[in-house]
Design a protein around this ligand. Structure first.
Ligand SMILES: Cc1ncc(COP(=O)(O)O)c(C=O)c1O
Ligand SMILES: [Zn+2]
Length: 424
């Protein structure tokens, strides 16, 4: 089995049990399917060969600029979407920030990935891993974006892929699955049911399983957004010193909790290497109708009790977050918080992001900004703090929701008087 020299092994996030680098399972065998594994990296070797300046000098404008910190080898495929994931823009959001009394507000727009969501980070690294393993078929369950990302990255390299998604997934996401040539199985059920069926199918047919959180390499791909936030913030603010700048607070929406877990891993990597001197407070944002992690966090427990999820933000509609334990712990460990937002607040955030920051988000992406608004009202953010809000998906993924947020356009007859009338 190919093992990157960066990898010392795997550690169970529930019981701390260590597994060797050539461990071939997905999760710790002691807890059924729920013992998600953390990759243990060789920080001494990574730190001896790399530093923030050497990485900043990289000409690679994708997440692969961080190859020295990743648990896979160079995947090749230069000039393809697999190689193009990540290195999304970090925008200064002055007008949005002014409205909230936050002069140091930044937006990380991961809708600008090759298949238009944050999930490209995970899928690029998982497909690289699948190629190393010589996998025949890669499978994932998805609310839509993880599947589109896997289908896209798989299409980039000619890798067969099977995607399980709810039949209610937004049409644009389903179109992506189909157009990238994946075998698409829309289930008569929700995401959680698709997840369980995909695991059973992976076992039955010997497929390599990308499922969010279940596959340890998903968080390793997603952690690259934390590196980018620090590197880009440092470059944009001209901060000096040998290390990188860290924001005080990062907001991100939470479905399974794997994006938040991945961001935490990224900041922890940088702290372990001594390249940042503290962690940002991680703020998990859930829809009110899909708040299993927020409820566990509020109750001060690690066990996640499943709920029956209902929200228009389909990407974060999850009954049982499959990476919930790590996400709740990461929020707690960084002194962050969970906030919950209504669907109306998500639509208002979607409109504000477009109007005041020129970022077109899908509902799950806009939820992160709605969370900032909510947190501001709860006094959880201070005016002098540097705040990063991560938009995790493009608004073109869900045009129906965008039209709900933006209202209807005016239709006029072809004369100047009609224009005049329309403007009053
Ligand atoms: C746009 C978007 N935002 C947020 C999330 C939530 O990520 P996670 O399930 O890792 O918490 C997803 C997951 O599908 C997503 O597609
Ligand atoms: Zn364990």
């Amino acid at each position: 089995m190919t093992v990157s020299p960066n990898v010392l092994g795997y550690r169970c996030s529930l019981c701390g049990q260590d597994y060797a680098p050539d461990f071939s399972g997905y999760v710790c065998p002691l807890h059924g399917d729920s013992g998600n594994l953390d990759l243990v990296l060789d920080y001494a070797a990574i730190g001896a060969a790399n530093n923030p300046r050497s990485l900043a000098a990289a000409v690679e404008h994708s997440l692969w600029r961080y190859l020295p910190l990743l648990p896979v080898g160079d995947p090749g495929y230069v000039g393809t979407p697999l190689r193009a994931a990540g290195w999304t823009p970090l925008y200064r959001a002055e007008r949005l920030g002014a409205a909230l009394g936050l002069p140091h507000l930044w937006l990380k727009d991961d809708g600008r990935n090759p298949t238009a969501s944050f999930k490209d980070r995970a899928s690029a690294v998982v497909v690289a891993r699948a190629r190393e393993l010589g996998a025949g078929v890669v499978v994932t369950a998805s609310t839509g974006n993880a599947g589109a990302a896997l289908a896209g990255m798989a299409a980039a390299v000619g890798q067969p892929a099977v995607i399980f998604a709810p039949e209610t997934a937004p049409p644009a996401k389903v179109a992506q699955l189909l157009i990238f040539g994946a075998r698409v199985l829309l289930v008569r059920g929700n995401y959680d049911q698709a997840f369980d069926l995909s695991l059973a199918a992976a076992r039955a047919f010997g497929w390599y399983c990308r499922n969010t959180g279940y596959n340890a390499f998903t968080a390793e791909g997603k952690k690259t957004a934390a590196y980018e936030i620090c590197e880009q913030l440092t470059a944009a603010t001209g901060a000096g010193g040998a290390g990188w700048r860290v924001p005080e607070v990062v907001f991100v929406s939470v479905g399974d909790g794997n994006i938040l877990t991945g961001l935490y891993k990224g900041f922890m990597d940088l702290a372990a290497l001594g390249w940042i001197d503290r962690l940002p407070r991680l703020m998990g944002v859930q829809a009110e109708g899909s708040a299993a992690c927020a409820q566990a966090w509020a109750a001060g427990v690690d066990t996640i009790t499943p709920i029956a999820a209902h929200t228009l933000a389909d990407s974060i509609a999850v009954d049982l977050p499959r990476d919930g334990v790590r996400a709740v712990r990461a929020v707690r460990a960084t002194g962050g918080a969970f906030v919950t937002v209504s669907d109306d607040a998500i639509l208002a955030a979607l409109a504000a992001l477009g109007r005041d920051a020129a970022v077109f988000a899908e509902p799950a992406g806009a939820a992160a900004y709605a969370g900032l608004v909510q947190a501001g009202q709860q006094g959880l953010v201070r005016a002098n703090e540097t705040v990063v809000v991560v938009n995790t998906g493009s608004g073109l993924k869900d045009v129906k929701a965008a039209r709900q947020a933006a209202g209807q356009p005016v239709v006029i007859d072809l004369n100047l008087e009609a224009v005049r009338q329309a403007l009053v």
